[in-house]
Structures are given as structure tokens and as C-alpha cells.
Design a protein around this ligand. Structure first.
Ligand code: OAD
Length: 254
């Protein structure tokens, strides 16, 4: 059990009526999916994002880019939601029962929050599971095994790409609008397992705080956001969220 949480922390979680939780790669780390910026194990310690996660990279070398994303798709297909995903899904249900809201904004493209049962989810950086044609725009859910050709082809002959948002691409205007509204209305904001360096997501904690929400960070180590947070809980997201939700909403028997 984590020990960083005080009774005041638990009361704050229990009393929040509108929670916005922003999640990053650290939340999926305990499911065996590598993060981006952890010093030795992070993807960006081994690969260059400019060569893999930009529209220019796809134009230059579509085979390399689609092989890389397909290998991540296959890795994520084998992954299971962990304690952090499950605790957030339970928190959403507890609030829903009381007519309250938990909005999950994730930068992760693995859909493990959905697999855990979360329903109110915004996928800020898109998803690995939907691929779309770069020519005609047709989208298709891809749940099967590895592709046979790289890049995979659309019936129109165009190249298909993962439905993720690459560096230099725009985020969904609708998603940003919904998030901005939620940041104004929420009373508790959590930034969980994200290094807090990629915008606009990295700016959400400060916006929520400026709008009078309590701002919490959960991370294995301090980040540039830590000094802006009201509380910074250092530890594994799975342990901390499990304890937080179990103590705030103890299961009733019978
Ligand atoms: P990062 O890899 O930048 O950060 C992951 C954070 O999670 C780090 O601060 C770790 O300390 C923390 N962490 C790791 N394991 C943890 C655990 N078990 N519990 C709690 N914290 C843990 O990932 P993101 O912040 O999600 O975008 O990265 C943001 C974006 O940059 C990604 O969506 C991706 C990337 O480049 C694109 O590819 C467009």
C-alpha cells in the first residue's frame, strides 16, 4: 500500500464532484508498455521522434513508420489494464452513481482505459487501433495480427497510417473545446504519469488551478509541473490510485 496519502487527501478525492484526470505513458508502464522519456527504457531514448512521429517521417519513409507503429500495436494488443486504469474506471463509476463526473483525458494511444471500463475518455493523441487512408481518409478499426505489407494499403490504393496525432499535427478542435470547458468547471484536476513537457496537455494543470480547481500530480519522480501542483504524490500510479479510490469509496458488503 502507498503511504503518501493523508486523510485530507482522501477527503479531497471523496468530496470532488467534477474530476479531470490527465494521463500519460506512466499510467500504462505497469502494463508493460514503454514510456517515452524514462532515461533508459523510454522509446525516445532509443528512437528519434523526428524519424517516426511526424508527417514528414511518414512521407520520407512510410515503411519504417508503419512498421514501427504496427509493432507497438501488436505489443499493446497483448497488454492488460493495470491497477491505475482500473482505479480510474472505478472512480468514474462512483461519481456517476452520485450524478457527478470524471473526465479522463489521455495522451495514451493504447485504449487501456477503455479496456478497464472507463467511458468518459478523450484520446487527445488519437489511437493506435484506427488506421486511416492518407489519400481518401477512410478509417478502419485494426484489431487483427500484424499487417502483411508496409505501409498497409487502402482499397483506393492510398497508404494507410495510424490514427495518432504526430508532432506538428493539429489536435481535434472538438476535443480541445470539451477539455477547456471541463478545466473551467472541474474542482479536482490530476496529472498522472506524464512528464509534463508536451503541450497543450502540459498546460492543463495550470489552467485548472487558475480556474480554482485543486491540482494534484502523481508521478514516480518530480516533473516541471510539480511546483505548480497543490500536492505532488511520488510513487507508482497503480498503487497510489488504488489506495486513493479504495479509501475514498470503500466497497460496501451486502
Ligand atoms: P513520458 O514518457 O514523457 O512521461 C512518462 C512519465 O511517467 C514520466 O514522468 C515518468 O516518471 C512517469 N512514470 C513512469 N512510470 C510510472 C508509474 N508506474 N507511475 C507513475 N508515473 C510513472 O510520457 P508522456 O508524458 O505521456 O506523443 O508523453 C507525452 C507525449 O510525448 C506522448 O503522448 C507522445 C510523446 O512523444 C506523441 O507521440 C505525439
Amino acid at each position: 500500500m502507498a503511504t503518501v496519502l493523508t486523510d485530507d487527501d482522501i477527503a479531497m478525492a471523496r468530496e470532488a464532484n467534477f474530476v479531470v484526470a490527465l494521463t500519460g505513458a506512466g499510467v500504462s508502464a505497469e502494463s508493460g508498455i514503454p514510456t517515452f522519456r524514462d532515461r533508459e527504457t523510454g522509446l525516445w531514448a532509443k528512437y528519434d521522434p523526428v524519424q517516426l512521429a511526424t508527417p514528414e517521417a511518414f512521407e520520407r519513409d512510410p515503411e519504417l513508420v508503419t512498421r514501427w507503429y504496427d509493432s507497438r500495436r501488436i505489443l499493446c494488443a497483448a497488454a492488460k489494464p493495470n491497477a491505475a486504469h482500473l482505479a480510474l474506471a472505478r472512480w468514474e463509476r462512483e461519481l456517476e452513481k452520485r450524478g457527478h463526473i470524471l473526465l479522463l483525458v489521455t495522451q495514451n494511444i493504447d485504449r487501456l482505459h477503455h479496456a478497464a471500463g472507463s467511458r468518459n475518455v478523450i484520446e487527445l493523441h488519437g489511437t493506435l487501433w484506427v488506421w486511416r487512408c492518407a489519400t481518401c481518409g477512410e478509417e478502419r478499426e485494426e484489431r487483427g495480427g500484424a499487417f502483411e505489407s508496409f505501409p498497409p494499403r487502402c482499397a483506393c490504393g492510398g497508404m494507410r497510417r495510424p490514427g495518432v496525432v504526430w508532432f506538428g499535427e493539429s489536435l481535434s478542435v472538438d476535443a480541445i473545446r470539451r477539455i477547456e470547458k471541463a478545466l473551467k468547471a472541474c474542482d479536482l484536476f490530476l496529472s498522472i504519469g506524464t512528464s509534463g513537457v508536451v503541450y497543450p496537455a502540459a498546460g492543463f494543470l495550470r489552467t485548472a488551478k487558475d480556474e480554482c480547481a485543486r491540482a494534484i500530480e502523481i508521478n514516480r519522480e518530480p516533473t516541471p509541473l510539480s511546483r505548480h501542483a497543490d500536492r505532488s504524490w511520488i510513487g507508482n500510479a497503480g498503487e497510489i490510485l488504488t489506495e486513493l479510490v479504495e479509501r475514498a469509496f470503500p466497497a460496501t458488503v451486502g
